[in-house]
Every structure is written in structure tokens, then in C-alpha cells.
Design a protein around this ligand. Structure first.
Ligand SMILES: Nc1ncnc2c1ncn2[C@@H]1O[C@H](COP(=O)(O)OP(=O)(O)OP(=O)(O)O)[C@@H](O)[C@H]1O
Ligand SMILES: O=C(O)[C@@H](O)C(=O)CO
Length: 426
């Protein structure tokens, strides 16, 4: 059967976040790693497909090119509506690519209007009067203002998106959203008449997103964080059902690979250490000095895997990461660590790990590519935005894997996730 919804996500953890919300609303979802080569994927047993790109920080022409290739694949698979997923903190710069990708998709789809909202209330991202809040503070006053690649200093999304597009950008504000799907539809018609090409939409609750989901039923393209996904599946008659999240039973050893340097992940590593569980710290300076850090991490893991989850982590507090970046260079340090953690993940799988938690978007991209995974079946949610997934390893075995965004997950995530898999898979 043809798929209903085709999604293009600008990073890997963001893709599973989106897929998770679709599964929770009753769709069976497959996530593909990059655009499949022609003929590489047979017919997919899924209601929605999410193509995970690594385009968030790439120059706009590259992001446009990758997104248009993804669009072509999704349309040929029968997608009736396209969803462009970006970060719930609207990660981009004024020279960023959310605007150019949106416009290129609109042109390719022949549509004159779309919506844009990164709201994801379950994770504290809300939009009001066009301004994005992270928890209780405006985006531009949140930690995102210090992000090394996409510092967000302007909380007014009408102005952020407006600076990235040639089409006029408007606003569907909360009074309209609260009035219901019909009112949103009327406002869309009015904005279209005025020549507005894209409208930021306020949403402060899941109810707002459900109303918006109903109202955008007829749009060829929607653009959003993962939040809008909770309101779309009902447009095709899907209802929440545990069957949508069913994965094969888990097996093998358990491990965590963490290259995320975010505040939430630092807390999760601290909690794992506080519990006295086995953990190996990866020091980027030792990798740069030529030590076989991956080999040492794997020897450590081999000695402990039989007793429960083992953690291999490069996660450090911001000052320590800055210090390393100052010595090695930001990109060089990132690449060294990503390459090492990807080798560790490969070695862990060779040691019999079949349940793997990966923390960090860039880290997830490196690990998934090193393991040769081409597609993930999305299963049950662990925490908002983070589901378990099942993937076929190149040898045919099933690997259960979860890709955790840096900022997501509760403090006990690194152990609670495994208990959750045992409890929910069928
Ligand atoms: N100790 C460290 N010193 C320097 N760089 C590091 C260190 N640990 C991790 N890194 C690098 O920092 C980057 C972290 O990015 P990643 O996307 O994996 O995590 P994140 O930014 O916390 O997560 P997300 O993108 O999901 O919010 C990676 O390139 C990683 O290799
Ligand atoms: O939307 C989010 O915050 C996440 O899905 C994400 O994109 C993290 O990289």
C-alpha cells in the first residue's frame, strides 16, 4: 500500500522524534537513513516514511538539493502530504536553510502556502505571538543563544524565517488557533489572499496542535518541529494503537554510546556514574595523541557487558568541551570523537550488543552510518521525543537502537530505557 505521509527531517534524532509522535497517533512508521538509492528499498509496510538527512547545518544549496531528492523519492512512494521537520528550537542562522528548503519544496510541489511551527509543548517548546519559548524563557534568552553552530538570538520567528525567504511571512496567532480548525482555515485563506507564502503558527498546548493538524489537512506541505505530527494522522482516520509501535522482542547485551555534550546528557551520565555502573570515559586529547582509545573502550566493555548496560561517553561539561575545542579545533575535535564512538559502536555490536542507546544528533548520524543501518522501524516511546527503534544489521540480526537528542530524556534515561524495552516490546 502507498504511504500517506512523507517526511523530510534535517537530522537523525529529529527524524526519530517526529516518527515517534506519528507512531503514538497510530501510524506505522519507517525511518530511512538518507534518500535510498533507486530500487534499494522495496515496498514499505508503513503509513508514513521519514527520510533522515544530515542537512541542518549544511549550506542552503546542499540542504535544498538533498531535500528535493528526498521529496522525489517520497512522491514516487505515493506520499499524499509532505512534512518538513526541523528542530523545536528552530536551529538555523540568518543564512540558514529552513527558509530556502521550504521555498524549494513549495516550488516543487506547486503550492503557494505553508505553515511553520516548531512548537512541541511536551518538551517545553511553545510559540506565542510568533515568539518561541524554551521552557519559561524566550529562545533568544535560552542556552540556544550560545549554540556553537546555530546560535539563536532572535526569538521572533516571523523575523527569523522572513530573513531566510523571498516570500512574505505571516502569523496565525493564538486567538485564531484557540478558536478552532475552521478559524485557522479562514485565516489561511486570508493570508493567501494577501500573498503571504508561509505563516508561523502559535501553539502552546497539544490541543492547539491537534486543531492545527485538522486545519492543514489540504496543504501539500507542512513545516514544523515534531509537535504537529500529533494532529495529522487523524486526518487519514488513524487512531492511537499499541500495534503501531510493535517491535520484535529484544535480545543481546545492552550499551550506551554518548557523544552529546548537552546539559540533559551530562545529567544522564552523572546519574549512571552515581549508580556505580560501568562507564568508560573517552578523552579526545588521547585520541589526538594517537592512543587506541576505541580499543581500550571495547576491552573495558567486554569485561562488563554480561552484568548489564555499559556506558562509553565523551560527554563533558561545556568548559571542558570548549577547552578541547580550543586545543584541537571545533570541527576536528567533533570529528575525532564521532569517528571513535562510531568504531566503539561497531565493536560493541561485534561483542553481542543488540540493545544500543546513542546520545547526540551528530553522534547518532556517525553511529548509524558506521553500523550500515539503512532503515529503522519505530517502536514505543521512552521519553517525549525518544522512541526505541528496530533495525536490521547488515548480517541480518535485529538491533534495537534509540537515538536520543542531546536535550531530551529524563535523568535516569540510560538505564530506564532498557527496562522500558523489556516491558513494551511484543
Ligand atoms: N569531550 C568532547 N570534546 C570535544 N567535542 C566533543 C566532546 N564530546 C563530544 N564532542 C563532539 O560534540 C558534538 C556533539 O554533538 P551531538 O549532536 O552528538 O550532541 P548534542 O549537540 O548534544 O545533541 P543534539 O544535536 O541532538 O542536540 C559531536 O560532534 C561530538 O563528537
Ligand atoms: O525538535 C527537536 O528538538 C529534536 O527533534 C531535534 O531536532 C534535535 O536535534
Amino acid at each position: 500500500m502507498a504511504i500517506r505521509l512523507g517526511c523530510i527531517a534535517d537530522d537523525f534524532t529529529g527524524a526519530t522524534d517526529l516518527a515517534n509522535n506519528l507512531v503514538r497517533a497510530g501510524m506505522r512508521v519507517v525511518q530511512l537513513i538518507d534518500v535510498p538509492r533507486a530500487g534499494a528499498e522495496g515496498p514499505l509496510d508503513a503509513d508514513a516514511v521519514v527520510i533522515a538527512l544530515k542537512s541542518r547545518t549544511t549550506p542552503a544549496p546542499d540542504a535544498v538539493d538533498a531535500s528535493l531528492r528526498a521529496l522525489e523519492w517520497l512522491r514516487s512512494a505515493g506520499a499524499e502530504q509532505i512534512y518538513f521537520k526541523y528542530c523545536s528550537t528552530f536551529d538555523s542562522t540568518r543564512a540558514g536553510n529552513i527558509g530556502p528548503v521550504t521555498e524549494a519544496l513549495m516550488d516543487a510541489l506547486g503550492t503557494d502556502f505553508t505553515v511553520a511551527t516548531p512548537a512541541f509543548p511536551d518538551n517545553g517548546r511553545t510559540v506565542f505571538k510568533g515568539h518561541l519559548f524554551v521552557g519559561d524563557v524566550l529562545l533568544g534568552e535560552s542556552g540556544m543563544r550560545h549554540h556553537p553552530l546555530t546560535p539563536m538570538t532572535d526569538s521572533n520567528l516571523v523575523s527569523v524565517l522572513g530573513a531566510q525567504t523571498a516570500r512574505p511571512v505571516g502569523l496565525i496567532d493564538h486567538t485564531v488557533v484557540a478558536a478552532g480548525a475552521e478559524a485557522i482555515g479562514e485565516r489561511i485563506d486570508a493570508l493567501r489572499e494577501e500573498g503571504v507564502g508561509a505563516a508561523i503558527v502559535d501553539a502552546v498546548s497539544n490541543d492547539d496542535l491537534v486543531r492545527l493538524g485538522t486545519a492543514v489537512k489540504g496543504l501539500a506541505l507542512v513545516t514544523a518541529g515534531s509537535g504537529l505530527a500529533i494532529g495529522l494522522p487523524a486526518n487519514w482516520g488513524f487512531k492511537p494503537s499499541p500495534a503501531a509501535a510493535r517491535l520484535p522482542p529484544p535480545g543481546g547485551h545492552q550499551a550506551v554510546v554518548s557523544g552529546s555534550a548537552s546539559g540533559a546528557t551530562n545529567g544522564q551520565v552523572r546519574e549512571f556514574l552515581r549508580d556505580g555502573r560501568p562507564a568508560f570515559s573517552v578523552d579526545p586529547l588521547r585520541i589526538a595523541a594517537g592512543d587506541d582509545v576505541a580499543g581500550q573502550a571495547l576491552a573495558f566493555a567486554a569485561a562488563h557487558l554480561a552484568d548489564g548496560p555499559v556506558l562509553v561517553y565523551s560527554t563533558e561539561a561545556p568548559d571542558a568541551v570548549k577547552d578541547v575545542q580550543g586545543r584541537l579545533g571545533v570541527a576536528e575535535a567533533g570529528e575525532l570523537v564521532e569517528r571513535t564512538l562510531a568504531r566503539v559502536a561497531q565493536g560493541l555490536v561485534e561483542l553481542g550488543v543488540r540493545q544500543l542507546v546513542v546520545a547526540g544528533g551528530e553522534t547518532s548520524g556517525a553511529v548509524v552510518q558506521a553500523l550500515g543501518l539503512t532503515g529503522l522501524r519505530i517502536g514505543p516511546q521512552i521519553d517525549p521525543g525518544v522512541p526505541w527503534c528496530a533495525a536490521a544489521l547488515p548480517g541480518g540480526d535485529t538491533l534495537h537502537i534509540t537515538l536520543k537528542s542531546g536535550n531530551f530524556g529524563g535523568p535516569g534515561f540510560f538505564t530506564a530505557s532498557f527496562a522500558h524495552l523489556d516491558g513494551e516490546s511484543a
